[in-house]
Each structure stands twice: as structure tokens, then as C-alpha cells.
Design a protein around this ligand. Structure first.
Ligand code: MLT
Length: 442
């Protein structure tokens, strides 16, 4: 029938097989990349696959920041086995999980040992009651339970959001910022190479956030980006954006048609009055914002793993289709739901007793932050943060942050994080983490 319509003759396989095979062989020769090693080739005694590396990895300038810090710490310890290292580096909790929250984890684990209580795969979006409890206890009904996607942490969710955004978007980040936003943008292929002088990747919009602008970008001179990552209270600067600033940000995103990925992982550490703890406290956020969040830092869940992402129903792509529907598709495809044991622990976090225990943990870390702040002030340095966030950002008065990192490690056995690890805007600063035992801060 096709031959009749188009006039092109189809031919039966036995007749045309030899010429087709010959032309395929010619085509294969023509398209073979000469520099590519033969499949299974061996070079310098190393057996190689025939798979080309994702070229975006070649754009990354170094390993991921926190393992790199860990590597330097271990190298120092290997050379100085008696060193008594004080860790004010990675934001990793040190206090044990409090008893009520722990009882939730234990109950979740125990249920699995009974015929009636056992459960296998759960909903990819999280248990219904937990989604309800997050919406009511933490968002005061400003988001619906069906808009909450429970997960194994906000860092993992940022990776999954990037998978949803794909390689064709442009992203904007605060500079300095939590390195996950930039590194995942690079790996996804959204960026060009890093410029050796500016230390910025091409096709990323860097929004300077420093003492001169009170750590809030000048949006009037910021170019449009499709996706805007914004963390408040901020990691690493410790700055918390005011209600007015967040309103400006939301208005700007709505006007530009950008999607705001708001990282609220440190929100409960806010002490200042009237500083929003969620972007959904801001008018207009439901048409532009996604919020990522986590129990890691305030319920001692860095190793336990539980986070969530809120995607409001009103948020749509340029073609009018639902962002939440696509995020749901991602979660169903690459995630099998948070651990049922951990979700039981998360339910306990949101009970009255759990919330009170969380407050005690927050107070503990914020007292550490106050001590670190004071110690830096006492030696005459300018410090930022540490009042609404568990990070203290120290101005090194023009000194290189990696040099200061090494000097502190070698002379005082204190591990910190160099500001430059968070982007070029962090150069000249050092981040101290208040997630440490009290003795470390004394
Ligand atoms: C840090 O800044 O120390 C990080 O937030 C660690 C992490 O949670 O990925």
C-alpha cells in the first residue's frame, strides 16, 4: 500500500540484504569518530569501556566541596595522628536524636517485624498522614498536603528538580551559595565552561550577596534566569532575607516568568521577628515558587534522611502544564518513597513533644553560634550570620580563604570551610559551622 501511495518500491529482505549491509558498513566507516578508542580498548594497561564520558564532568573545577574538606582533614590526621581536631566545617549535626523523635523511629522499625505492621513499597510522594502533618504543622495550612512531596532530603530533591528542568534552562544563584545548585547545573549541561578569571561558569547568573548589599542581590540589575535558587536563612552567609526582600524576589520572579527554588532548610533557626520561615508566607509565591526543606539540621536527621519539596498547584510551565505533575513523574520514576521507618520518625518530629525537642536542639546550636560569633568579634574580626542561622561568616580582611583554611588546620587543628568553596563571591570569608559539640566552641 505504501509503495502504491509514494511510488517508492519496498524490497523483500533477501534481495536487498547484501547491498544494504554494504552501505551500512560504508556509513559506519564514514561516521566512526577517529579519536574514539575501540570498544573494550586497553590503554597503558587499563581496560577501558567504549562509552564517552559526560563532557559536563570535565567542566567541574574540583571535587564536591565537603568531601574535599574531608580529604584534607584526613590527610592532616594521617600526617599528625595525635592531632585533636575541632570540626567547625561541614554542617553536620552532633547531638543525639531526642527521645520522643527516637521513639517514632523505633516504632517504625518495630512495626516492620510484625505481620500486621509490615509494609513494603510506600507511596512515592510519602505517607498521606505525614504530608498532612507537614502541611498543617509547618505551613499553617498555606500549602495543601497533596503539594508536599516527602523525600530523603532537600539536596537529593535539588538533584531531582534539576532532572525535571533539564539541560535547556538558565539558572541564577546567590554568590556565594550552597554548591549543589551550581554543580548540578554544570552536570546537567546547563552551563558553559568556567571562566578562569572570574571563576564563574558561563550561562549561570551570579547574584552577588555580600555585606555591601546586605546579602540581598540588586534585582534591578540582575539578568533574567529561568530558575532562581535562593536560600534563606542562607548557607553559607547566615543572612536571613526580610519579608520585604522576599516580596521583591517573588514579584521579580513572577514578572520575569522565572521559577524560584527556595531552600528553607534552616528556617527554624530564625530568631528575628517577622522574618518569613517559608516562601509561601509571601503573596504571589504560589505562582512562581517551589520550596525544598529538610529535618536534617534541626531533628538530627543528617544521617537519618528526611526532607520534602512543596510544589504548588498554581505553578505551571510556559505551555500551561503543571510543574507538580512533572515533579510527581520524576518522583515516581527515580524514587521509591522515603524510608517507612524514617517517615514514622518524621511523624514524631511534628508531635508537640517532637517540636519541643527540636526547639532544644536549635537552642543548643544557636548558643554555639553565639559563642563562635563572639570569639571572632573578640579577636577584632567582622562577622556576619550566626543570629538567624547556624553559620557564622567571618570576614578575613582580604586574605585568601583556602590559605586561612590551611593555616587554621595546621596551626590550631580547626576545620572550617573556605568561603571560596561556595563560589567566587565567598572569597575572603571563612564559614564556621555551629553544628559542633559545645566543647568545640568554648
Ligand atoms: C553544609 O553546608 O555544610 C552542607 O549544607 C552540608 C549539606 O547539608 O549538604
Amino acid at each position: 500500500e505504501i509503495a502504491e501511495v509514494t511510488g517508492v518500491q519496498t524490497c523483500a529482505l533477501p534481495i536487498c540484504a547484501p547491498p544494504m549491509a554494504a552501505s551500512l558498513a560504508i556509513a559506519a566507516t564514514a561516521f566512526a569518530a577517529p579519536s574514539r578508542p575501540a570498544v573494550g580498548a586497553e590503554r597503558a594497561g587499563v581496560q577501558m569501556s567504549g562509552v564517552a564520558r559526560n563532557a559536563n564532568f570535565g567542566k567541574l573545577q574540583a571535587g564536591y566541596l565537603f568531601p574535599e574538606i574531608g580529604r584534607r582533614r584526613s590527610a592532616y590526621l594521617a600526617a599528625n595522628p595525635d592531632a585533636n581536631i575541632i570540626s567547625l566545617g561541614i554542617g553536620d549535626t552532633t547531638q543525639p536524636v531526642p527521645s520522643h523523635i527516637l521513639s517514632g523511629l523505633v516504632a517504625g522499625a518495630s512495626k516492620l517485624g510484625t505481620k500486621e505492621g509490615y509494609s513494603g513499597y510506600g507511596a512515592e510522594q510519602g505517607m498521606g498522614p505525614l504530608r498532612e502533618k507537614i502541611a498543617s504543622a509547618l505551613y499553617d495550612g498555606k500549602v495543601d498536603a497533596t503539594e508536599v512531596f516527602v523525600s530523603d532530603g532537600s539536596k537529593c530533591d535539588i538533584g531531582r528538580l534539576q532532572m525535571m528542568f533539564g539541560s535547556g534552562v538558565t539558572s541564577a544563584v546567590q554568590d556565594p551559595s550552597y554548591p549543589v545548585y551550581v554543580d548540578t547545573s554544570v552536570i546537567m549541561g546547563q552551563t558553559a565552561d568556567m571562566d578562569a578569571t572570574s571563576k564563574q561558569y558561563g550561562n549561570i547568573v551570579y547574584m552577588p550577596c555580600n555585606p555591601s548589599n546586605n546579602f540581598f542581590p540588586d534585582l534591578s540589575s540582575t539578568p533574567r534566569a529561568d530558575v532562581v535558587y535562593f536560600c534563606s536563612p542562607n548557607n553559607p552567609t547566615g543572612a536571613a532575607a526580610s519579608r520585604e526582600q522576599l516580596q521583591q524576589l517573588v514579584d521579580w520572579c513572577n514578572k520575569q516568568g522565572s521559577i524560584l527554588v527556595f531552600d528553607a532548610a534552616y528556617a527554624p533557626f530564625i530568631r528575628s521577628a517577622d522574618v518569613p520561615k517559608s516562601i509561601f508566607e509571601i503573596e504571589g509565591a504560589r505562582t512562581c515558587a517551589i520550596e525544598v526543606n529538610s529535618f536534617s539540621k534541626y531533628a538530627g536527621f543528617t544521617g537519618v534522611r528526611l526532607g520534602w519539596t512543596v510544589v504548588p498547584k498554581e505553578l505551571v510551565w510556559a505551555d500551561g502544564s503543571s510543574v507538580a505533575a512533572d515533579f510527581n513523574r520524576i518522583m515516581c520514576t527515580v524514587f521509591n518513597g522515603a524510608s517507612n521507618v524514617v517517615q514514622s520518625g518524621a511523624m514524631a518530629c511534628l508531635d508537640k513533644d517532637g517540636l519541643a525537642e527540636i526547639q532544644v536542639l536549635i537552642d543548643y546550636y544557636m548558643e554555639n553560634a553565639a559563642m563562635l560569633r563572639q570569639a571572632m568579634l573578640d579577636i577584632g574580626l567582622e562577622v556576619h550570620g550566626g543570629t538567624d542561622a547556624p553559620y557564622v561568616f567571618v570576614d578575613l580582611e582580604g586574605k585568601s580563604s583556602w590559605d586561612m583554611f590551611s593555616e587554621l588546620l595546621e596551626t590550631a587543628q580547626v576545620v572550617t570551610i573556605p568561603g571560596a568553596g561556595f563560589g567566587p563571591g565567598g572569597e575572603g570569608f571563612l564559614r564556621l559551622s555551629a553544628f559542633a559539640p559545645r566543647e568545640a566552641c568554648e
